[in-house]
Design a protein around this ligand. Structure first.
Ligand code: AMP
Length: 358
């Protein structure tokens, strides 16, 4: 059953993704309640109400459940226990299982391989001895990552053609937390697919974007992605399989490495709207944000068709100084997140330049 206009949707997390979800929800006639400890957060500035509390605060979660007809979230580190507890009183989409898989790089890779989706080779690492053995297996090169709470390249260490010994103290330097070593993938480019699944199991996948990272943070997403049509189809098919396997409702972001032969290797999944899907608000009739709200509200999914070619760029830290010049461009959509202070590495906004489809 679909959610009637005027109903309230709860969002756990109050950053820019929550802000853009709230704006899309408002256009469909819904009200938004945000749970976020930071007062006057980007999402709360455009929402109807903010509950100022920690994401795992039991009383605040009950308040959110009572105030919402459905609850969703805008970041993948929502405590699984909190999502599962909430789900006993109010529908929570995407399902807690998606959080479980996305929060642990080892569980994520096992899940992907288990449904036939290829990834980089990997080995769990809990101490320096296991690191030495795993690096030997990968010929002395690989990327060591924390299994949990890593994002934007944080909590990672690269080994390239190094001798396979002398790693004493490495795991301690990584925080003595569970780690995973991935084989080093020589990729031609990185792409991502934003896809959605409705409550009725319907699917919609956007065109893949070509993503360029700088200092571990997404710099730009370009459409078309410049990959073979077989590559795009394989990536979209993988995203659809992931959605079905998780009995998913909502939008997901799936990142891939494209190898020289054009085959995509899945890198990670984000059970939420995704930075590499921001271009959809300028180049598609139905943005990823509206698509997510439609999915969790039980409305029909909209078309993911792309109307324009485009390039989305993030405005990080002092990049916001470019705003006056950017606004002078005729075919550019600007989106600022309402953050007062432009700290280095902080995502302040983004813009998308559109042009006629090639
Ligand atoms: P992640 O946090 O897994 O998204 O990794 C951040 C970035 O590091 C990716 O976007 C890639 O550019 C690079 N990277 C991650 N894993 C690998 C890998 N196994 N091989 C080569 N590059 C990688």
């Amino acid at each position: 059953m679909s959610l009637p206009a005027g109903s309230s949707i709860g969002i756990i997390g109050g950053g820019q993704l929550g802000r853009m979800l709230a704006m899309a929800a408002a256009r469909l006639g819904y009200r938004i309640v945000v749970l976020e400890p930071q007062p006057d957060c980007p999402a709360a500035q455009v929402a109807n109400r903010q509950i100022v509390a920690a994401y795992d605060d039991a009383a605040a979660l009950s308040e959110l459940a009572a105030a919402s007809a459905v609850v969703t979230y805008e970041f993948e580190n929502v405590p699984v226990a909190a999502a599962a507890a909430l789900a006993s009183t109010v529908p929570v989409y995407p399902p807690a299982r998606a959080l479980e898989v996305a929060q642990d790089r080892l569980a994520e890779k096992k899940f992907l391989n288990g449904i036939g989706i290829p990834t980089a080779d990997f080995s769990p690492v809990d101490n320096d001895e296991e690191l030495t053995a795993a690096l030997k297996q990968f010929n002395g090169s690989g990327i060591l990552k924390t299994r949990r709470m890593g994002y934007d390249g944080k909590g990672q260490r690269v080994f390239r053609n190094m001798e396979t010994g002398g790693f004493a103290g490495t795991c301690e330097a990584m925080g003595t937390v569970p780690l995973i070593l991935e084989s080093f993938v020589t990729f031609e480019r990185e792409i991502s697919v934003i896809a959605a699944r409705g409550i009725d199991g319907s699917l919609a996948a956007y065109d893949p974007a070509w993503n360029v990272h700088r200092n571990g943070i997404l710099h730009s997403s370009t459409l078309p992605a410049g990959v073979k049509s077989e590559t795009a189809a394989a990536a979209q098919a993988a995203a659809a399989e992931i959605l079905a396997a998780l009995d998913y409702v909502g939008v997901i972001g799936v990142e891939f490495f494209v190898l020289a032969d054009g085959s995509p290797l899945a890198n990670e999944i984000a059970p939420r709207v995704h930075n590499s899907g921001h271009w959809t608000e300028a180049a598609c009739t139905i943005s990823q944000f509206e698509q997510h709200i439609r999915a969790v509200a039980g409305l029909p999914l909209g078309s993911p068709a792309r109307q324009f070619d485009c390039v989305m760029e993030n405005l990080i830290g002092d990049d916001v100084r470019r705003v006056p010049d950017l606004l002078a461009e005729p075919d550019l959509m600007l989106h600022l997140y309402g953050k007062a202070e432009a700290r280095p590495g902080r995502k302040m906004g983004h813009f998308t330049r559109v042009s006629r489809r090639s």
